[in-house]
Design a protein around this ligand. Structure first.
Ligand code: ATP
Length: 445
């Protein structure tokens, strides 16, 4: 039937050769052990959509851990298993991983009777998933390799580009699915099906999101803000009234939407610099979203999201410092638009990259964006060639003047007063010879 068509052809055509071979190998081990083995979930969804995804999740009808161990023994892999969940991770010598699950175990309890454990069927297992498009399974066993199992109309929803839950209590059962629905909708360019949308609205009205722990909420938010283009998902979250669950005064006001959209442009610019620094995109978006929160509200939002105290204290103080710096820059520009590099360095060098990109996105002035860009792409890499040992070698006796002179040399480097090591050395000698160090340096330029 078309519901259970074979996609062996697609598997052969759309996957790299080694991925195809791997699927066959998984099936072969299943055949040997008499276990049905399926590739499942996001991998199948993306395969049918023609989206690259080699993140293979496998479900075994029966003992998945046993299967994983047997597969590993035959293919020189390691296994990490989690008995409680009957899941295992197969780790290949090159570090690649495959998640293996068992069709899940069910615990039935009745008074006075010990819990009995039953292995539920594939269908039962799939019924617990979030959306129909994630319930497709492909059999990997030799005789039926490539046979697609579609119990819940996943293929049709893929065709109609719909995100649809399997039953009416889905969001009550697991409210984080609200965020997952938005994430898949926006990433895939789908629509949340009308009835599913109503279920989201009623879940929001019933405040089921309040039952989600802060950490889980944070994780969902992080996943959304890590998507390639998160602005659509942010707009959608606001539309469903989800932002107040992060903080009661969080709203997508037009000014905030501007900052959020500008964040996308700033991050695109940053990526084009191809710097080795890792930048946590989600943090920049998170700061943008919280742009109009007061310091206290921001702190409160971090607490609600269960951000560890050590981290939130740091973010909080950086945010305060950053916003203070922005004010200082605006005042400084009103006095005199000429700004030296060393000033830019001074403004920004205590702040993490994410905070700087946020400042660039939220600043109303083109100059501020230019300062951040100069700092990020150039100034923060500037170093003196002389270090403490170098100064000592030039005859400076140990004293607090080391710091002052080093700072003064960096300023000279930044502002182009010295442009090579020789000039830096000459300035250093001059500073060492003089009494106050910094005082003499001023007369130098
Ligand atoms: P991604 O590309 O974001 O990893 P994915 O579909 O692989 O997409 P995962 O979050 O890795 O998503 O989850 C793997 C599978 O587990 C999904 O296909 C989904 O069916 C199921 N799943 C994950 N989270 C939930 C949940 N909260 N409720 C029900 N099913 C879930």
């Amino acid at each position: 039937s078309p519901k259970n068509r074979s996609i062996a052809g697609l598997l052969g055509k759309r996957l790299p050769t080694d991925a195809g071979k791997l699927l066959h190998d998984l099936g072969t081990v299943g055949d040997e052990l008499g276990l049905a083995v399926y590739a499942i979930g996001g991998f199948v969804r993306d395969l049918l959509l023609g989206v690259a995804n080699l993140d293979i999740d496998v479900t075994v009808e029966g003992d998945g851990i046993f299967f994983a161990e047997q597969f590993a023994a035959r293919h020189g892999c390691r296994v990490r298993s989690h008995r409680t969940f009957s899941t295992a991770v197969v780790i290949f010598p090159d570090g690649a991983k495959i998640d293996v699950a068992s069709t899940r175990l069910e615990y039935y309890e009745s008074p006075g009777v010990l819990p009995t454990v039953e292995r539920s069927s594939l269908r039962h297992d799939l019924y617990r998933r979030d959306f129909t498009i994630n319930t497709l399974a492909v059999c990997l066993n030799g005789p039926s390799f490539g046979r697609l199992t579609d119990y819940f109309g996943g293929q049709q929803d893929l065709q109609e580009r719909l995100v649809r839950v399997l039953h009416n209590l889905s969001f009550v059962e697991d409210p984080t699915r609200v965020f997952r629905a938005i994430r898949f909708e926006q990433r895939l360019g789908f629509h949340i099906a009308p009835h599913t949308e109503n279920l989201i609205r009623s879940a929001v009205r019933m405040n089921v999101l309040n039952r989600v722990g802060g950490l889980r909420l944070l994780n969902e938010l992080i996943q959304i803000l890590r998507e390639k283009e998160p602005v659509g998902a942010i707009v959608r979250m606001a539309g469903f009234g989800l932002l107040p669950f992060v903080h009661p005064s969080l709203k997508l006001l037009p000014e905030i939407r501007r900052v959020v959209e500008e964040t996308g442009r700033v991050l695109a610019w940053f990526r084009l610099l191809y710097l080795p620094d890792a930048c946590e995109q989600w943090q920049v978006y998170f700061l943008a979203l919280g742009d109009r929160l007061t310091n206290d509200e921001f702190h409160d939002a971090c607490r609600r999201l269960a951000v560890p105290g050590r981290i939130s204290t740091k973010v909080f103080s950086h945010r305060r410092q950053a916003l203070g710096t922005l004010d200082a820059i605006q005042r400084r520009l009103r006095r005199n638009p000429e700004v030296r590099n060393s000033e830019i360095y001074d403004w920004f060098h205590g702040l993490p990259l994410e905070m700087l990109l946020y400042l660039a996105a939220r600043a109303n002035r083109e100059e501020v964006r230019r300062f951040v860009s100069q700092y990020v792409s150039r100034l923060r890499q500037v170093r003196c060639s002389l270090d403490g040992d170098g100064l000592a070698a030039l005859g400076l006796a140990p004293s607090p003047r080391f710091r002052t002179i080093m700072d003064r040399l960096l300023v000279a480097r930044l502002d182009g007063e010295v442009v090579n090591d020789e000039q830096e050395r000459a300035l250093a000698l001059l500073l060492i010879a003089s009494d106050g160090g910094a005082g003499v340096a001023k007369t130098h330029h």
